[in-house]
Design a protein around this ligand. Structure first.
Ligand SMILES: C[S@@+](CC[C@H](N)C(=O)[O-])C[C@H]1O[C@@H](n2cnc3c(N)ncnc32)[C@H](O)[C@@H]1O
Length: 216
């Protein structure tokens, strides 16, 4: 169970981070159903961490994509991990063995700048190294969906600030969405102020609430 002493928090829930990803980030963004219209899709993520959300999303994408359809997963990470650390964290789940092997084989020894990986004919990964605020500000693209996955809002305020949520919303397509495991009042207020219509849903594994929403 990867843990950050700097932030005093775990990288994902202790019950099952892979299933949490399905409940919170995929289902919270209406995935995989939104892929079924065949359009290309751009996901933004705040906090790449171990790459668990990416690996599980890639696995589900392969099961659901249509011929020729493209997924670009762009994640923003201040402290990119080493390949061996990613490998060790993800080896907990045999379901994502194939994705772990491919990701760690392609991952650079010294991740810096933007790590751009073409992982298969229909899947690209970009990890923008540095503060998320700077990375999102510089991103040109129109995002279809966001995974907001900083550490707990009480310990990682930069990842949930009003300014960053405003930027995230600005870079989102109309009818684009976000999802997060977080439910703190200030996060919800920042997302509403940024321009999202925010919904509370049941959280994963006994967590009372999570948030998701749409840019209408
Ligand atoms: C909860 S973990 C993300 C878990 C990850 N999504 C996964 O699948 O393993 C939060 C991540 O946010 C990163 N982080 C914290 N503050 C940041 C900032 N200001 N800008 C970018 N990344 C940040 C941390 O280094 C950590 O990797």
């Amino acid at each position: 169970m990867p843990y950050s002493p700097a932030f005093g928090d775990h990288f994902y829930c202790q019950t099952d981070g892979r299933l949490e990803c399905g409940h919170v980030f995929l289902a919270g963004n209406g995935l995989p159903q939104r892929w079924w219209n065949g359009s290309d899709f751009l996901i933004g993520e705040l906090g790449f961490g171990t790459g668990l959300n990416f690996a599980e999303t890639w696995r589900q994408w392969k099961l659901n994509r249509l011929i020729g359809q493209q997924l670009h997963f762009m994640s923003f990470e201040l402290y990119p991990m080493q390949s061996g650390e990613i490998d060790r964290a993800l080896s907990h789940w045999s379901e994502i063995d194939a994705e772990r092997h491919a990701l760690t084989a392609a991952w650079p020894d010294t991740p810096q700048g933007t790590v751009s990986l073409r992982l298969d004919d229909q899947t690209s990964l970009s990890v923008v190294c540095g503060p998320a605020f700077d990375g999102v500000a510089a991103a040109q693209a129109d995002f279809d969906a966001w995974y907001l996955d900083g550490f707990a809002p009480s310990r990682n305020a930069d990842m949930w600030s009003a300014e960053l949520m405003r930027l995230v919303c600005e870079k989102t397509k109309r009818n684009g969405t976000f999802a997060t495991y977080a439910a703190a009042g200030f996060v919800r207020r920042n997302l509403i102020a940024a321009g999202f219509v925010v919904e509370r849903r049941s959280g994963f594994a006994g967590k009372r609430e999570m948030l998701c929403g749409i840019k209408s």
